[in-house]
Design a protein around this ligand. Structure first.
Ligand SMILES: Cc1cc2nc3c(=O)[nH]c(=O)nc-3n(C[C@H](O)[C@H](O)[C@H](O)COP(=O)(O)OP(=O)(O)OC[C@H]3O[C@@H](n4cnc5c(N)ncnc54)[C@H](O)[C@@H]3O)c2cc1C
Length: 356
């Protein structure tokens, strides 16, 4: 581990996978890192939501509530790059990642088996695990950055200011990072503002359980793109007799209905899900809700071949999924790469100072 004589203070803004990876690596090399996020918890688009609904009035538990969780953002991930594979293997050894082999139903073709990874017991658990030793300030929406001779101040939505920090790392979706960069690094801000993002409407639903012989589906027509039986992912559960579903709409349908009323969206997506769930005596719905991801995924990477940006004199860095394929692995790689770049630069400065 590097031992910096005067450890730099670093603010990492955004506690999704790229921010968690970046913050944890910088903390490991001895910097004083604080991780900020506007939400109540870490995870970003590796998200989960808890829902409650009343037990059926005709059942033994009438009058009480049922509770279940739905991974309503990213569903699973792949690990191809050796560094990410090694990080995932360590998380798997710690019990925070499991292999998921869903039987996938697509149109009329036979079921196929896929393989990927999921975090356990829910998707944000992996970001919580990676960021576990880093001081965290959640419910801190950063609205503006201010730079002075003392360093960077983070100006929050309520006008309060936190800092100063020697360095600031932005680990945000492209559009949000662009807003904070404006006036500090306009070329980066312009490039990020031009990254195209697609939206996604997501349905979370609980039905009566029937032993449908598949765990995920890729419908070939209609508004749904990807349907997952959430309670059959490793480490999840559902109330007895209940099946929990997460269904993502296609990008085209989501764009067309971006401003639609959530109740209408829920109705349409629920009808599409029902077509996949034949039930001889009709299907009972215990819970239905929807979430709109206005900025779900970048559809193209930011121009160039960089995996992150780091301006050492300014003490300003950027990482995120838009430096790659727009997925979890790309986000982690970018955060890890930014931390590596920053640490090696600071190490060189440290050695220079020691030799004087
Ligand atoms: C519906 C959906 C399905 C997906 N499915 C998959 C999948 O199956 N597999 C896969 O690999 N990828 C999938 N993805 C993509 C994947 O989730 C992302 O690529 C990845 O999680 C991005 O991580 P990130 O750290 O770059 O950004 P994020 O996860 O977006 O993290 C950014 C964080 O910054 C915070 N933030 C934003 N603005 C501010 C601010 N001003 N101040 C403070 N905090 C702020 C946010 O709250 C958030 O926590 C999916 C995404 C969505 C939305």
């Amino acid at each position: 581990m590097t031992n910096f004589k005067q450890p730099s203070t670093v603010a990492v803004i955004g506690a999704g996978v790229s921010g968690a990876a970046c913050a944890a690596s910088l903390q490991r090399v001895g910097l004083q890192v604080t991780l900020f996020d506007k939400s109540r918890g870490v995870g970003g688009r590796m998200a989960t939501r808890r829902a409650r609904w009343p037990c059926p009035p005709d059942g033994a538990q009438a009058g009480s509530e049922q509770v279940a969780e739905f991974d309503h953002g990213a569903q699973h991930f792949n690990a191809r790059h050796p560094r990410f594979r090694a990080a995932v293997a360590r998380a798997q050894a710690a019990g925070v990642v499991a292999t998921w082999r869903p039987r996938v139903h697509s149109g009329f073709s036979p079921l196929t088996e896929r393989s990927g990874f999921v975090a356990v017991p829910n998707m944000p658990a992996l970001c919580r695990h990676w960021a576990r030793d880093v001081p965290q300030r959640t419910e801190h929406p950063v609205q503006r950055l201010q730079r002075s001779a003392a360093g960077w101040q983070l100006v929050l939505a309520d006008g309060a200011s936190v800092g100063p920090f020697d360095q600031v790392m932005l680990a945000l979706p492209a559009a949000q990072a662009a807003m904070l960069l404006a006036g500090h690094h306009d070329d980066w801000a312009d490039a990020l503002a031009a990254v195209p993002m697609e939206a996604c409407w997501t349905l979370m639903a609980a039905t009566d359980e029937t032993d449908w012989p598949w765990d995920a589906a890729e419908p070939t027509k209609g508004p749904l793109a990807w349907v997952v039986r959430n309670d059959r992912k490793p480490g999840r559960s559902a109330p007895s007799g209940v099946a929990c579903w997460v269904a993502h709409a296609t990008a085209a349908w989501s764009a067309e209905h971006l401003e639609a009323d959530p109740a209408t969206v829920a109705e349409t997506l629920r009808s599409a899900l029902a077509r996949l769930l034949p039930a001889p005596t009709g299907l009972r719905w215990h819970h239905t809700s929807v979430h709109r991801w206005r900025y779900a995924m970048p559809t193209a990477r930011v121009a160039g071949t960089d995996e992150c940006w780091w301006d050492a004199p300014l003490g300003l860095g950027v990482c995120g999924d838009f430096f790659g394929t727009g997925q979890i692995e790309a986000a982690w790689r970018s955060g890890d790469e930014l931390a590596d770049t920053v640490a090696s630069g600071l190490e060189a400065l440290n050695e220079e100072a020691e030799s004087v």
